[in-house]
Ligand binder design. Structure first.
Ligand code: FPP
Length: 226
């Protein structure tokens, strides 16, 4: 497959529709999450192939803690297993794997695994892949504001969990929903949004390429005239 005609620096994705995908097939919601991991891998590999430098995924929101315990536990277990399972793949592809979010709510086991994989892949210089777990945009701004005030600073950027990562050029949300759901409220100020009806487990390389081609047609002015 040809690379897209334009290569954004940072693509961020709100993965949505796993539950519906599973239900359409008469299966449990978790089956959709399992299949969703395959889409994450496809997007990660395509990003490396095309020279995209950052790809981030909204994997679990602060609000998602309100889902039934069984689904929360399954998702946490799935993410743990998926990241361990991908470790060699990350290394092979030059991917630095990071997790951002309210880490204090994650289990010790998950936190230790995240740190291990982050360290093991820190040399990956082709792609930084970021999973946002227990993340919400308002939480991020609040924690940053607190730390900024304590430091006597008036620049919030260095205190956001995404500090040092360029703001997303493109945000993709799957499954036809057209809202932000409390995601990266600060960082998306000038981001282009592409919404697709495709459910996340069906979002693979071809759909990814199509979303980037839609982005390529946009005229980004950053509030200025051209
Ligand atoms: C949205 O579908 C998806 C999620 C809440 C979880 C997505 C997480 C993954 C695929 C795990 C990725 C992890 C790694 C380490 C690769 P939904 O349940 O909101 O679907 P619905 O809107 O149809 O109910």
């Amino acid at each position: 497959m040809q690379p897209p005609s334009i290569i954004p620096t940072h693509v961020s994705i709100i993965m949505d529709g796993n539950g519906r995908w599973a239900r359409q097939r008469g299966k449990e919601r978790v089956y959709g999450h399992f299949e969703g991991v395959e889409s994450v891998r496809a997007v990660m590999e395509a990003s490396v192939d095309w020279g995209i430098r950052y790809v981030s995924f909204f994997a679990f929101s602060e609000e998602n803690w309100g889902r039934p315990d069984s689904e929360v536990n399954t998702l946490m277990g799935l993410m743990l297993k998926a990241m361990v399972g991908e470790l060699e793949n990350f290394k092979e592809h030059g991917v630095h794997f990071r997790v951002l979010g309210n880490r204090s709510r994650l289990s010790d086991e998950l936190n230790a695994t995240i740190d291990m994989i982050d360290n093991e892949t820190a040399g990956g210089d082709r792609l930084t892949m970021i999973l946002l777990i227990s993340y919400s945009g308002k939480w991020d701004i609040q924690q940053a504001a607190r730390r900024m005030a304590a430091a006597g600073s008036d620049d919030i950027e260095p205190f956001l969990v995404t500090s040092g990562i360029p703001d997303p050029d493109l945000l993709i949300r799957t499954s036809g929903e057209q809202r932000l759901s409390n995601y990266m409220l600060w960082q998306l100020a000038y981001t282009e949004f592409v919404f697709t009806p495709t459910l996340w487990p069906d979002f693979r390389k071809e759909e990814y390429r199509a979303a980037i081609e839609e982005y390529a047609l946009r005229d980004r002015r950053f509030g200025k005239v051209k």
